[in-house]
Design a protein around this ligand. Structure first.
Ligand code: HEM
Length: 143
């Protein structure tokens, strides 16, 4: 059995699902921040945000870590490589941003958002920048 190949396929599937959510959730925040609290639209955004985070993003983030870790357990020589250390730093940053989004989702849930659509539009770019850095590091392994 090609356990490494299986872990890598599951890793990539998890990464795709996680990134789909990391790119879409702040976009929902942009629209939600333009909506008045208590309106039907605002309540619909709450459901969309909660389901996206709980049903897709949280399990996908877990899968990314578990299957990435499984590959390192099967190929531990990479643990001393610079590209992996740099990648892991960016992945920790991505995980931090994920939790930040989770915190902001709760403020929307409680109708307590005070941040502007522009604020969320700017944060919408952060996962994209981290994603570009991570993929170049893992594919090129430059150091
Ligand atoms: C959670 C911690 C993570 C660990 C421990 C980890 C570890 C790994 C390892 C060991 C590989 C195999 C490299 C190879 O076969 O050349 C890999 C592949 C890959 N990882 Fe991760 N990874 C993590 C998170 C991420 C994240 C967050 C992303 C993207 C946002 C990502 C994107 C990729 C991609 C696209 C590949 C396939 C690269 C290729 O086949 O050349 N990883 N990862």
């Amino acid at each position: 059995m090609d356990w490494f190949g299986i872990a890598k396929a599951l890793h990539i599937i998890s990464v795709i699902a996680w990134m789909a959510g990391m790119l879409y959730l702040p976009r929902l925040f942009v629209y939600h921040a333009q909506t008045d609290a208590g309106t039907p639209q605002s309540e619909t955004f709450k459901v969309m945000e909660r389901r996206l985070l709980r049903a897709i993003m949280n399990p996908a983030m877990g899968g990314t870590w578990v299957f990435g870790g499984a590959m390192l357990a099967l190929a531990p020589a990479w643990l001393s490589d610079g590209w992996l250390h740099a990648k892991l730093m960016l992945v920790v940053a991505m995980t931090f941003v994920h939790h930040l989004f989770g915190y902001w989702r709760k403020t929307f849930e409680r109708d307590e958002n005070r941040r502007s659509p522009r604020f969320y539009r700017l944060w919408n770019e952060m996962p994209t920048l981290l994603l570009i850095g991570i993929v170049f590091l893992v594919v090129l392994k430059p150091f």
